[in-house]
Design a protein around this ligand. Sequence first.
Ligand code: SF4
Ligand code: SF4
Length: 390
Amino acid sequence: MGTRIEPGLLYELKKYGAVGVEKCFNCGNCTAICPLTSDNYAFPRNMIRMVQIGNKEQLSQSLDPWLCYYCGDCSATCPREAEPGETMMAARRWLTAQYDWTGLASKFYTSKAWEFGSMILLGLLVVVIVALFSGPMVTEQVELNTFAPIHIVHLADWIMAGILLVFVGGNILKMYLSVMQPGKGPSIPLSVYIFEAWKPIYHGLLQKQWDVCVEEDVDNKELSQERIARITHLLLVSGYGLMLVLIIFFLQWFQTDNIYPFYHPQRWLGYYATVVLLWGAGYALWGRMKKEIQAHRFSHASDWIFPVLLLMVTLTGILQHIFRYLGMPLPTYYTYVLHLAFTAPMLILEVPFGKWAHLYYRPLAIYFQAVKEKAKEYKEAPAGALASAE
Ligand code: SF4
Ligand code: SF4
């Protein structure tokens, strides 16, 4: 069966933030400079070609956009201002929408009304839920656990975790089906999947693929900025992951009316997460305003929403913490509700559909890529090697 060509793909990708891709005249400068280019593969030109000719099927199966960490060298050297780096970015958004089985990601990326409207609605829903289920507001002293009983908040956390699991699990399954095409072509032994299973964990925690992009840039004066961006990204992942684990698994320890001594780990974990989230959100927003590195020159609405939500979650968390320590009951309760109203959309909408999804799609892409390569090696190896792998 021949490949189905969809000429509208280029214009579809523009809705996801691609700029100038139609100007590409296939000179190859971007491929020459891209650190991901290999002897057998022209990065990012192959992907630009897919977009230009409208090969939707091949693009939806491609892992290329996830392997690129937007060093921006390709865009900087493009003589046509075809912005290949931004095409990669737009393709990541487009793929996020393709993997999403609910269809919501596509609406969020292509309509500001949907994106902002759903965030506001979810935030308001949280306020209504708190109004319906909260306990009395004790005003003599701060009693957060009377106002927001821990067992109810914990239940809400687990419901949220369940929703996330359904959304994210479904998306990952769809990514697997798109990329690995099970049932089509030669089957891949299960042992190959198991053998490579350490890769998504390793890359998810350490974001090592970023180094591949930055590695070649020894003479680039933007290197230090890229290094700062890389470290910031790593810290952000650690802070976000830490807060997610604390909220879902250790809420009883974390939301308490006890004021722990200054040296207590509960306080230091909270302070660590707060500092890195504040730094990460501030860095992203400042960078996008200043546009000093290639990756910040163009900003889609979704690029703003994530750091803004993160900043609001962190600031309301800090305020609530301060009010609690100062013994101010009403400001503590109100900032707590605001904190929840920003946290819910940041988790429920950003994790499965927004920029946060990069955090698991990128390491999974590295994993699938490794599985494909290993399977190819086995296929080309003598029959005995495959048999021993199985
Ligand atoms: S994107 Fe730019 S550098 Fe790359 S092949 Fe096209 S015109 Fe050349
Ligand atoms: S942004 Fe960097 S890694 Fe990504 S395609 Fe361009 S040159 Fe390659």
